[in-house]
Ligand binder design. Structure first.
Ligand SMILES: Nc1ncnc2c1ncn2[C@@H]1O[C@H](COP(=O)(O)OP(=O)(O)OP(=O)(O)O)[C@@H](O)[C@H]1O
Ligand SMILES: [Mg+2]
Length: 265
Protein backbone atom coordinates (compact mmCIF):
# COMPACT_ATOMS: atom_id res chain seq x y z
CA UNK A 1 0.00 0.00 0.00
CA UNK A 2 2.82 2.40 0.97
CA UNK A 3 6.42 1.96 -0.09
CA UNK A 4 8.91 4.60 1.04
CA UNK A 5 12.44 4.29 -0.27
CA UNK A 6 15.36 6.09 1.23
CA UNK A 7 13.47 9.23 2.20
CA UNK A 8 15.63 12.20 3.08
CA UNK A 9 14.23 15.56 4.16
CA UNK A 10 16.47 18.56 4.66
CA UNK A 11 15.55 22.07 5.64
CA UNK A 12 17.74 25.11 5.69
CA UNK A 13 18.90 25.67 9.24
CA UNK A 14 17.83 29.28 9.37
CA UNK A 15 16.00 31.76 7.24
CA UNK A 16 18.50 34.52 8.01
CA UNK A 17 20.31 36.07 5.09
CA UNK A 18 23.68 34.48 4.71
CA UNK A 19 26.35 36.14 2.56
CA UNK A 20 27.55 32.71 1.42
CA UNK A 21 24.04 31.33 1.12
CA UNK A 22 24.47 29.27 -2.05
CA UNK A 23 27.76 27.59 -1.14
CA UNK A 24 26.93 27.26 2.54
CA UNK A 25 23.43 25.96 1.97
CA UNK A 26 24.32 22.28 2.09
CA UNK A 27 26.60 22.60 5.07
CA UNK A 28 23.96 24.56 6.94
CA UNK A 29 21.11 22.24 6.02
CA UNK A 30 19.23 20.49 8.78
CA UNK A 31 18.66 16.83 7.97
CA UNK A 32 15.39 15.89 9.60
CA UNK A 33 14.93 12.50 7.94
CA UNK A 34 18.01 10.64 6.84
CA UNK A 35 17.24 7.60 4.73
CA UNK A 36 13.87 6.17 5.77
CA UNK A 37 12.82 2.86 4.22
CA UNK A 38 9.36 1.65 5.17
CA UNK A 39 6.65 -0.51 3.67
CA UNK A 40 3.09 -0.59 4.96
CA UNK A 41 0.72 -3.30 3.79
CA UNK A 42 -2.88 -2.78 2.88
CA UNK A 43 -5.04 -3.13 5.98
CA UNK A 44 -2.13 -2.72 8.33
CA UNK A 45 -2.03 -0.45 11.39
CA UNK A 46 1.36 1.13 11.92
CA UNK A 47 2.18 3.43 14.80
CA UNK A 48 5.14 5.81 14.66
CA UNK A 49 6.75 6.66 18.01
CA UNK A 50 9.62 9.02 18.65
CA UNK A 51 10.71 12.02 20.68
CA UNK A 52 9.55 15.54 19.87
CA UNK A 53 11.43 16.86 16.86
CA UNK A 54 12.39 13.39 15.61
CA UNK A 55 10.60 13.96 12.30
CA UNK A 56 7.29 12.12 12.80
CA UNK A 57 5.08 14.87 11.34
CA UNK A 58 7.58 15.38 8.53
CA UNK A 59 7.49 11.67 7.68
CA UNK A 60 3.70 11.56 7.73
CA UNK A 61 3.53 14.56 5.37
CA UNK A 62 5.86 12.83 2.91
CA UNK A 63 3.99 9.51 3.06
CA UNK A 64 0.68 11.25 2.41
CA UNK A 65 2.04 13.29 -0.49
CA UNK A 66 1.49 16.60 1.29
CA UNK A 67 5.19 17.42 0.90
CA UNK A 68 7.93 16.29 -1.44
CA UNK A 69 11.09 14.68 -0.08
CA UNK A 70 14.53 16.15 -0.72
CA UNK A 71 15.56 12.65 -1.82
CA UNK A 72 13.84 9.30 -2.13
CA UNK A 73 10.48 8.12 -3.33
CA UNK A 74 7.04 7.29 -1.97
CA UNK A 75 4.69 4.94 -3.79
CA UNK A 76 1.04 4.77 -2.81
CA UNK A 77 -0.83 1.76 -4.20
CA UNK A 78 1.85 1.33 -6.87
CA UNK A 79 1.86 4.99 -7.96
CA UNK A 80 5.10 6.95 -7.51
CA UNK A 81 4.13 10.31 -6.02
CA UNK A 82 7.04 12.00 -7.83
CA UNK A 83 5.36 11.10 -11.13
CA UNK A 84 2.29 13.17 -10.21
CA UNK A 85 1.98 16.93 -10.43
CA UNK A 86 0.42 18.97 -7.60
CA UNK A 87 -3.12 18.62 -9.03
CA UNK A 88 -2.84 14.87 -9.48
CA UNK A 89 -1.53 14.46 -5.93
CA UNK A 90 -4.39 16.58 -4.63
CA UNK A 91 -6.87 14.36 -6.51
CA UNK A 92 -5.27 11.22 -5.10
CA UNK A 93 -5.52 12.65 -1.59
CA UNK A 94 -9.12 13.76 -2.10
CA UNK A 95 -10.21 10.32 -3.29
CA UNK A 96 -8.18 7.93 -1.17
CA UNK A 97 -6.54 9.59 1.80
CA UNK A 98 -7.66 10.94 5.14
CA UNK A 99 -5.33 13.07 7.24
CA UNK A 100 -5.71 14.14 10.87
CA UNK A 101 -3.37 17.08 11.42
CA UNK A 102 -1.53 17.57 14.69
CA UNK A 103 -2.52 21.25 14.60
CA UNK A 104 -6.07 20.51 13.31
CA UNK A 105 -5.95 22.81 10.20
CA UNK A 106 -9.67 23.55 10.35
CA UNK A 107 -10.93 26.33 8.12
CA UNK A 108 -11.74 29.16 10.54
CA UNK A 109 -14.60 30.62 8.48
CA UNK A 110 -16.48 27.32 8.32
CA UNK A 111 -18.53 25.67 11.04
CA UNK A 112 -17.72 22.19 12.35
CA UNK A 113 -20.32 20.70 9.98
CA UNK A 114 -19.02 22.67 7.00
CA UNK A 115 -15.43 21.64 7.77
CA UNK A 116 -16.44 17.97 7.68
CA UNK A 117 -18.30 18.58 4.41
CA UNK A 118 -15.17 19.88 2.65
CA UNK A 119 -13.71 16.47 1.70
CA UNK A 120 -17.11 15.36 0.41
CA UNK A 121 -17.28 18.41 -1.82
CA UNK A 122 -13.81 17.61 -3.18
CA UNK A 123 -14.82 14.12 -4.33
CA UNK A 124 -15.18 13.58 -8.09
CA UNK A 125 -18.83 13.87 -9.23
CA UNK A 126 -19.30 10.10 -9.62
CA UNK A 127 -18.38 9.51 -5.98
CA UNK A 128 -19.79 12.67 -4.43
CA UNK A 129 -22.99 12.14 -2.43
CA UNK A 130 -26.05 14.35 -2.96
CA UNK A 131 -25.92 17.48 -0.76
CA UNK A 132 -28.55 16.23 1.69
CA UNK A 133 -26.77 12.88 1.99
CA UNK A 134 -23.42 14.65 2.49
CA UNK A 135 -24.86 16.73 5.32
CA UNK A 136 -26.38 13.67 6.95
CA UNK A 137 -23.02 11.88 6.75
CA UNK A 138 -21.12 14.86 8.15
CA UNK A 139 -23.62 15.14 11.01
CA UNK A 140 -23.35 11.42 11.73
CA UNK A 141 -19.54 11.59 11.84
CA UNK A 142 -19.64 14.55 14.22
CA UNK A 143 -22.10 12.68 16.42
CA UNK A 144 -19.73 9.72 16.51
CA UNK A 145 -16.89 11.89 17.81
CA UNK A 146 -19.25 13.31 20.44
CA UNK A 147 -19.93 16.68 18.82
CA UNK A 148 -23.58 16.31 17.87
CA UNK A 149 -24.33 19.48 19.84
CA UNK A 150 -21.51 21.54 18.29
CA UNK A 151 -22.40 21.25 14.59
CA UNK A 152 -22.70 24.98 13.96
CA UNK A 153 -19.79 26.16 16.09
CA UNK A 154 -16.83 27.79 14.39
CA UNK A 155 -13.35 26.49 15.24
CA UNK A 156 -12.64 29.51 17.47
CA UNK A 157 -15.72 28.56 19.51
CA UNK A 158 -14.45 25.02 20.10
CA UNK A 159 -11.94 23.71 22.65
CA UNK A 160 -8.68 22.18 21.41
CA UNK A 161 -9.95 18.63 21.92
CA UNK A 162 -13.21 19.48 20.15
CA UNK A 163 -11.30 20.90 17.18
CA UNK A 164 -9.22 17.74 17.11
CA UNK A 165 -12.38 15.65 16.98
CA UNK A 166 -13.75 17.76 14.10
CA UNK A 167 -10.45 17.04 12.33
CA UNK A 168 -10.97 13.32 12.90
CA UNK A 169 -14.54 13.42 11.59
CA UNK A 170 -13.29 15.32 8.54
CA UNK A 171 -10.56 12.72 7.90
CA UNK A 172 -13.22 9.96 7.89
CA UNK A 173 -15.57 11.81 5.57
CA UNK A 174 -14.30 10.56 2.20
CA UNK A 175 -14.16 6.96 3.45
CA UNK A 176 -10.39 6.81 2.81
CA UNK A 177 -8.48 3.63 2.00
CA UNK A 178 -5.50 5.11 3.80
CA UNK A 179 -5.69 7.26 6.90
CA UNK A 180 -2.84 9.21 8.46
CA UNK A 181 -3.32 10.58 11.95
CA UNK A 182 -0.81 12.84 13.66
CA UNK A 183 -1.29 12.51 17.42
CA UNK A 184 -5.05 12.10 17.05
CA UNK A 185 -5.58 11.73 20.79
CA UNK A 186 -2.98 14.32 21.82
CA UNK A 187 -5.46 16.85 23.17
CA UNK A 188 -8.01 14.47 24.59
CA UNK A 189 -8.61 13.09 28.05
CA UNK A 190 -8.07 9.35 28.54
CA UNK A 191 -11.69 8.34 28.04
CA UNK A 192 -12.33 10.47 24.93
CA UNK A 193 -8.93 9.43 23.55
CA UNK A 194 -9.81 5.76 23.96
CA UNK A 195 -13.12 6.31 22.18
CA UNK A 196 -11.38 8.05 19.27
CA UNK A 197 -8.77 5.28 19.09
CA UNK A 198 -11.58 2.73 18.96
CA UNK A 199 -13.19 4.61 16.05
CA UNK A 200 -9.86 4.47 14.22
CA UNK A 201 -9.42 0.75 14.83
CA UNK A 202 -13.02 0.06 13.86
CA UNK A 203 -12.33 1.75 10.53
CA UNK A 204 -9.41 -0.61 10.08
CA UNK A 205 -11.24 -3.76 11.15
CA UNK A 206 -14.52 -3.18 9.39
CA UNK A 207 -13.44 -1.34 6.25
CA UNK A 208 -9.85 -2.53 5.92
CA UNK A 209 -8.54 1.03 6.08
CA UNK A 210 -4.77 1.19 6.34
CA UNK A 211 -3.78 3.36 9.32
CA UNK A 212 -0.52 5.18 9.98
CA UNK A 213 -0.70 6.87 13.36
CA UNK A 214 1.83 9.10 15.09
CA UNK A 215 1.35 9.06 18.82
CA UNK A 216 3.00 9.29 22.21
CA UNK A 217 0.23 7.12 23.62
CA UNK A 218 1.65 3.69 24.45
CA UNK A 219 -1.79 2.19 25.01
CA UNK A 220 -2.67 3.12 21.44
CA UNK A 221 0.65 1.74 20.17
CA UNK A 222 -0.09 -1.64 21.77
CA UNK A 223 -3.17 -1.93 19.56
CA UNK A 224 -1.18 -1.52 16.32
CA UNK A 225 0.27 -4.31 14.18
CA UNK A 226 3.72 -2.71 14.05
CA UNK A 227 5.44 0.11 15.90
CA UNK A 228 8.12 2.14 14.14
CA UNK A 229 10.58 3.84 16.50
CA UNK A 230 11.98 7.00 14.96
CA UNK A 231 15.02 8.79 16.39
CA UNK A 232 17.55 11.20 14.98
CA UNK A 233 16.11 10.99 11.47
CA UNK A 234 16.45 7.20 11.33
CA UNK A 235 14.23 4.23 11.99
CA UNK A 236 15.78 2.88 15.15
CA UNK A 237 13.76 -0.32 15.13
CA UNK A 238 10.43 -1.76 14.06
CA UNK A 239 8.50 -3.80 16.58
CA UNK A 240 5.81 -6.27 15.65
CA UNK A 241 3.02 -6.26 18.23
CA UNK A 242 2.28 -9.80 19.33
CA UNK A 243 -1.45 -9.61 20.01
CA UNK A 244 -2.84 -6.31 18.76
CA UNK A 245 -6.39 -7.69 18.67
CA UNK A 246 -6.15 -8.78 22.27
CA UNK A 247 -5.38 -5.20 23.18
CA UNK A 248 -8.38 -3.93 21.29
CA UNK A 249 -10.65 -4.54 24.20
CA UNK A 250 -13.40 -2.08 23.47
CA UNK A 251 -15.11 -2.48 20.15
CA UNK A 252 -16.88 0.29 18.27
CA UNK A 253 -18.77 0.38 15.04
CA UNK A 254 -17.01 1.87 12.04
CA UNK A 255 -17.74 5.49 11.14
CA UNK A 256 -20.33 5.57 8.40
CA UNK A 257 -21.91 2.28 9.38
CA UNK A 258 -25.56 2.30 10.27
CA UNK A 259 -25.96 2.86 14.02
CA UNK A 260 -27.47 -0.62 14.33
CA UNK A 261 -24.03 -2.02 13.60
CA UNK A 262 -25.15 -3.91 10.47
CA UNK A 263 -22.36 -5.03 8.15
CA UNK A 264 -21.60 -2.45 5.46
CA UNK A 265 -23.12 -3.25 2.06
N1 LIG B 1 9.51 23.64 7.22
C1 LIG B 1 10.53 23.45 8.06
N2 LIG B 1 11.66 24.21 8.00
C2 LIG B 1 12.69 24.00 8.83
N3 LIG B 1 12.71 23.05 9.79
C3 LIG B 1 11.62 22.27 9.91
C4 LIG B 1 10.48 22.42 9.06
N4 LIG B 1 9.54 21.50 9.41
C5 LIG B 1 10.08 20.81 10.43
N5 LIG B 1 11.33 21.27 10.73
C6 LIG B 1 12.22 20.72 11.78
O1 LIG B 1 12.24 19.33 11.62
C7 LIG B 1 12.28 18.67 12.89
C8 LIG B 1 11.21 17.60 12.93
O2 LIG B 1 9.94 18.22 12.95
P1 LIG B 1 8.59 17.36 13.07
O3 LIG B 1 7.49 18.33 13.12
O4 LIG B 1 8.57 16.36 11.98
O5 LIG B 1 8.84 16.66 14.47
P2 LIG B 1 7.87 15.68 15.29
O6 LIG B 1 8.60 14.39 15.51
O7 LIG B 1 6.55 15.60 14.65
O8 LIG B 1 7.78 16.42 16.69
P3 LIG B 1 6.53 16.60 17.74
O9 LIG B 1 6.46 15.30 18.52
O10 LIG B 1 6.97 17.73 18.60
O11 LIG B 1 5.31 16.89 16.94
C9 LIG B 1 12.12 19.76 13.95
O12 LIG B 1 13.35 19.96 14.55
C10 LIG B 1 11.66 20.96 13.17
O13 LIG B 1 12.17 22.14 13.70
MG1 LIG C 1 4.69 16.32 15.13
Amino acid sequence: MIVARHLVQRYSRSTERDPNAASAADARALTVLDGIDLEVEQGEVVVILGPSGSGKTTLLGLLAGLDRPTEGEVELAGVALSSLDEDARARLRAERIGFVFQSFHLLPTLTALENVLVPLELLPPERAPAPSEARARARDLLERVGLGDRLHHYPAQLSGGEQQRVGIARAFANDPVLLFADEPTGNLDRETGDEIASLLFALNEQRGTTLVIVTHDLALARRAHRVVHLAGGHIERIERVVDPDGARACAASAPGDPPSGEAPA
